[in-house]
Structures are given as structure tokens and as C-alpha cells.
Ligand binder design. Structure first.
Ligand code: ATP
Ligand code: MG
Length: 328
């Protein structure tokens, strides 16, 4: 049986300050490592909802070639959740990627990434020629690509491009989350680089801001209509943070309200949202039903400190939907 979902990108652990206003330029305590990386948060959330899901990535090794401690931290979590790790390669010459995170009082976050020279920075288009990775495209239902992973470096973009071609040849659906990261790639370049992915996509999942920035449209609705284009059956979902999301299709727009929760840590909301939407949409739920699950997964994600801690199981999300009020 093929995978429901396949993605790719940065495998890393997160090491974070335990309290707000502990800047990264002064000595002090950290907590972690926590398994992380947007594509891997996505994969864990989809697996917890019952999807068969895999991700292409690279982790680092000890001197004897076995996965290093950070790699084991991530791999153990992926395996515990049933994520297919056959496409996570252990690279002998590199160490596992890491992100150091500090939280500001105003809700902002500061990061120091160790990625480009880590295993995570070694993603390359030739990875797809490895038999166990090529095999993941057989019977694949949907390829999910994120702009943040495509923005890392030219080889990551080239790998994403080959994955897109391979998935299209296999008849898989295509999903694209622009996940704009101006620190990694300028908006001007992202507009050009992301165009073929958006053009191929059956589902596009930007935030309102991302949709407006990418299209240059003056309103969210105009941006969504531009992204919809004339590809038959395409769905565009605009994420609206605590307000939930809006689902756009050729038949119009439906607003799906967010759930009322206390936000503790915003990391991973968008990834959990994408996983919730795609897992349910692939099962045959209507886009609006799938968007309700997506809102629930996104809302639960922000209630816990730590990138994957808020990714809930299907039963937990169902209970949450039953008992939690929505923001009308
Ligand atoms: P990321 O930083 O992970 O890329 P994002 O900016 O792509 O996140 P957001 O709009 O912040 O995405 O959040 C995605 C979804 O998660 C929202 O559309 C909503 O459904 C849910 N969500 C996020 N924040 C909250 C919140 N404070 N309360 C309720 N739901 C939320
Ligand atoms: Mg996002």
C-alpha cells in the first residue's frame, strides 16, 4: 500500500529557553532537545491522525557512522508515531541540524539555526535516485511541499523540483504551503521560485499575509481568487491564525471559525493545520469538514510548549472539537 502523504525538508532538534525574555546572547539555561523541523512536525501530526506518511530528510552521525544523539531524538519520535523513516538518511560526515529558540514578551521569537552546514543542509536531488526513496512514490496519494524547505538552498529546491515531477508522473495530488521565510529567500525570488509549485498544486495553504504578498493582490479574497486560477478542482485555504481559515474553491468562499484556546507556543500550528486538512481531505471529507479538523489541529498545536507536543491524536482532536467553542 502506498503512502497517503510524502514531504521533505529540514530535520532538526529544537533547543529552547524555558522562559520569555532570556535572549540568545547571554548565558542561561535551555530546555531540549525537542524533535522538530516543519516537515517532520507535519509528518508526526498526520501519523497521529492515522495517515501513512513519510518525509525525505538527513540526520547526522557519530564518528562510527551511527545516528548521533539529536538524530536518535528525532528518529525515535518519528518511529514511535509510525512515520515512515526509510527516506531519512544518516550522513556520516555531518551532525544533526539544530535550532536555538528564545521567546520575547511580545510573542515574537528569535532563532539561531545550525542547518546549512549540518546534515539538514545536505538535501540534494540525487537522493531521489536511491531505491528506497524512489519506491515511496509508488501509489503515493499526495505530495506536500513547503516553501520554507524549498527556500533553504539551491539543492533543496532542485530536490523539491524532482519530487514534484516524480509525484506528477505517479499521479499523486500536489499540495503546497508557501511558508514564506524572508530570512531564507527574498520575496521577489520566492515569487519566481514558487510559481511552478503553486501552478501544479491541487491544494494551496498560505496564510492571508502570504497569499497577499505572493500575488500582490490588495485583499485576501482577490489573492485567493488569483491563486485559484483556472485549475479545475483546486482548493485554496487561507489560514487566519486564531480566526481559523477560509476555504476557496470554484464554488466560492466558506469561512471556518477557529477554536478558542490559550496560545502558549505558536510553533508548528501551520504544519499541524496542513496535516489535519490533507489527512481528512484525502479520506474523502469535504474541504470545509477537513478545514474544521485542520483548525482543531492548529489550535491544539499552540496550546503546548514544544514543536510536536501539541500534535494530537485523532481521538484527542475529536474530543476537542466536541467540547471547544469556536470564535464566531
Ligand atoms: P507557522 O508559523 O507554523 O507557519 P502559520 O503562520 O502558517 O504558522 P497560523 O495562521 O499561525 O499559520 O496558524 C495555522 C492555523 O492554526 C490557523 O489557521 C488556525 O486554524 C490555527 N491557529 C493558530 N493560532 C491559533 C490560536 N491562537 N487559536 C486558535 N487557533 C489557532
Ligand atoms: Mg505557515
Amino acid at each position: 500500500m502506498g503512502l497517503h502523504l510524502l514531504t521533505f525538508g529540514e530535520a532538526l532538534v529544537e533547543i529552547m529557553r524555558p522562559d520569555v525574555d532570556m535572549p540568545l546572547d547571554q548565558p542561561g539555561t535551555f530546555t531540549g532537545p525537542y524533535p522538530s523541523g516543519a516537515p517532520f512536525i507535519f509528518a508526526v501530526q498526520a501519523a497521529r491522525l492515522g495517515a501513512r506518511v513519510g518525509a525525505i530528510g538527513c540526520v547526522g552521525a557519530e564518528i562510527d557512522g551511527t545516528p548521533d544523539g539529536f538524530a536518535r531524538c528525532l528518529l525515535d519520535q518519528l518511529r514511535a508515531d509510525g512515520v515512515d523513516t526509510s527516506a531519512v538518511l544518516t550522513l556520516a560526515q555531518h551532525t544533526t541540524g539544530a535550532a536555538f529558540v528564545a521567546y520575547r514578551k511580545d510573542g515574537g521569537r528569535d532563532f539561531i539555526f545550525h542547518l546549512r552546514h549540518a546534515a539538514a543542509g545536505q538535501l540534494a536531488p540525487s537522493m531521489i535516485d536511491q531505491p528506497q526513496i524512489a519506491a515511496l512514490f509508488n501509489g503515493l496519494e499526495c505530495l506536500h511541499l513547503m516553501g520554507s524547505s524549498l527556500s533553504m538552498h539551491d539543492d533543496a529546491l532542485a530536490l523539491g523540483t524532482r519530487m514534484l515531477e516524480q509525484a506528477q508522473a505517479s499521479g499523486a495530488k500536489i499540495s503546497f504551503d508557501p511558508n514564506l521565510r524572508p530570512q531564507l529567500m527574498s520575496l521577489e525570488r520566492a515569487k519566481t521560485v514558487f510559481a511552478p509549485f503553486a501552478a501544479a498544486a491541487d491544494v494551496i495553504l498560505p496564510t492571508v499575509e502570504e497569499a497577499m504578498l505572493l500575488t500582490g493582490a490588495p485583499t485576501a479574497d482577490k489573492a485567493a481568487v488569483e491563486l485559484l486560477g483556472d485549475k479545475s478542482g483546486r482548493i485554496v485555504i487561507l489560514k487566519r491564525g486564531e480566526h481559523g481559515c477560509s476555504v476557496f474553491s470554484q464554488t466560492g468562499r466558506v469561512d471556518v471559525p477557529g477554536f478558542i484556546v490559550q496560545e502558549i507556543d505558536p510553533t508548528g500550528a501551520g504544519d499541524c493545520f496542513d496535516a489535519g486538512f490533507l489527512t481528512h481531505w484525502l479520506r474523502g471529507d469535504t474541504p470545509v469538514e477537513a478545514a474544521r479538523w485542520a483548525n482543531a489541529c492548529g489550535a491544539l498545536a499552540v496550546t503546548k510548549r514544544g514543536p510536536m507536543e501539541g500534535a494530537a491524536t485523532a481521538a484527542q482532536v475529536q474530543t476537542f472539537i466536541n467540547v471547544t467553542q469556536q470564535r464566531i
